[in-house]
Design a binder for this molecule. Structure first.
Ligand code: GLU
Length: 282
C-alpha cells in the first residue's frame, strides 16, 4: 500500500490559537480525504519548527503539543524538532556548496528592508564564511510552475520575487525556507497543507528542493487564513482566540474545532466536531 505523508509544523513562538486549529483541520482533513480517495495510507507528522532559537520557547512547545493532544489531533510517530537536526541541515548546505551556489553575506535585514527581494549585494564579494555572517544560496532566473490543489496552476519566479535565499542567518539560525525544504525532503513529505501566507514561498521551495536533488516536489494545498479584521492576520497574542483560554472557559475540544471550522467558512455555523471527523467538512 502506498503512503501519503503530510505534516503539521507549528513554530513554538506562542500558544495555539484558532488559526492553528483551522490549519490542523485542513492538514488532518485533507490528508485523510485524499489518502482515502487514492486508497493509500495517510500519515501526518508533527514537526516543531524551532529553527529561530531566539524566539522559540520549550514552554510553548509543551503547551502546543498538549493542546493538540487535547483537541484530538494525533500525529503519526513522535514529533521532531528542527533544533535537533543541525547535522542534516549542515550536510544539505554542503551539497549546495559543492555546486558553487553558496556565498557568505553580512547584510542585515535593515539594509534592504524596503525591498522584498534580496538585491544580491554580497553575491560577488567573496566574503569568507565566518561567525556573524549569514549564508545565501544563488537563485538563478527561471519560472517554477505547480498545480496547487486549491488555487490551481501557479507560476512563480523566485529570482525576481525573493532573490538569493538565506540558508543560515547572521546569528547562526537555519532559515525557515531552507529548513522546511530539507525537512520535507528528508521526512518524505508528499503533501504540504498550509495557509495562503506561504503560497508565495512555494516556487522558491520547489527550486531549493531541486537544487538539493529532489526532482518531484510534494503536492501543495494552501488554505485561507483566519483574519482578526479584513486587513489584520490573527496573532498569538489575541487572547480571545487562544485554545488555552477557550479551554479554561469550559469549551470542549469539539466546540473549539467547530468554532474554528465556522470561522474558516467550512461550516455555516459553529457545531461540535470531533478531530476524527474533520475530513467530512473539507
Ligand atoms: N512553521 C510555519 C508556521 O508556523 C509553517 C511552515 C510550513 O507549513 O511550511 O507558519
Amino acid at each position: 500500500m502506498g503512503v501519503m505523508i503530510s505534516r503539521f509544523a507549528p513554530a513554538p513562538t506562542g500558544f495555539l490559537h484558532l488559526g492553528h486549529v483551522v490549519n490542523a483541520i485542513y492538514v488532518w482533513g485533507v490528508t485523510r480525504a485524499m489518502a482515502a480517495d487514492a486508497t493509500v495510507e495517510g500519515r501526518v507528522l508533527v514537526r516543531i519548527e524551532d529553527h529561530d532559537r531566539q524566539r522559540s520557547r520549550a514552554s510553548y512547545e509543551r503547551a502546543i503539543l498538549e493542546d493538540l493532544d487535547w483537541l484530538g489531533f494525533v500525529g503519526d510517530g513522535a514529533p521532531v524538532r528542527q533544533s535537533e537536526r543541525h547535522e542534516m541541515y549542515s550536510s544539505a548546505l554542503d551539497r549546495l556548496r559543492a555546486q558553487g551556489l553558496v556565498y557568505a553575506c553580512d547584510c542585515s535585514r535593515a539594509a534592504y528592508a524596503s525591498e522584498l527581494r534580496y538585491p544580491g549585494t554580497c553575491r560577488d564579494r567573496e566574503l569568507a564564511d565566518a561567525p556573524g555572517y549569514g549564508v545565501r544560496v544563488r537563485i538563478d532566473p527561471g519560472i517554477e510552475r505547480f498545480d496547487d490543489l486549491r488555487h490551481g496552476l501557479q507560476e512563480q519566479e523566485p529570482a525576481a520575487q525573493c532573490g538569493d535565499l538565506l540558508v543560515r542567518d547572521r546569528h547562526g539560525n537555519w532559515a525557515y525556507q531552507f529548513a522546511v525544504v530539507v525537512d520535507d525532503a528528508e521526512q518524505g513529505v508528499t503533501l504540504v497543507v498550509r495557509g495562503d501566507d506561504l503560497l508565495e514561498s512555494t516556487g522558491r521551495q520547489i527550486r531549493l528542493a531541486r537544487l538539493l536533488g529532489r526532482q518531484t516536489p510534494p503536492r501543495f494545498f494552501h488554505h485561507g487564513l483566519l483574519m482578526k479584521s479584513p486587513t489584520q492576520k490573527m496573532s498569538k497574542s489575541d487572547g480571545d482566540t487562544g485554545v488555552r483560554e477557550l479551554r479554561d472557559r469550559g469549551w470542549t475540544p469539539e466546540m473549539v474545532i467547530g468554532e474554528a471550522a465556522a470561522r474558516a467558512g467550512l461550516i455555516p455555523a459553529p457545531r461540535p466536531i470531533r478531530a476524527a471527523d474533520v475530513s467530512s467538512i473539507i
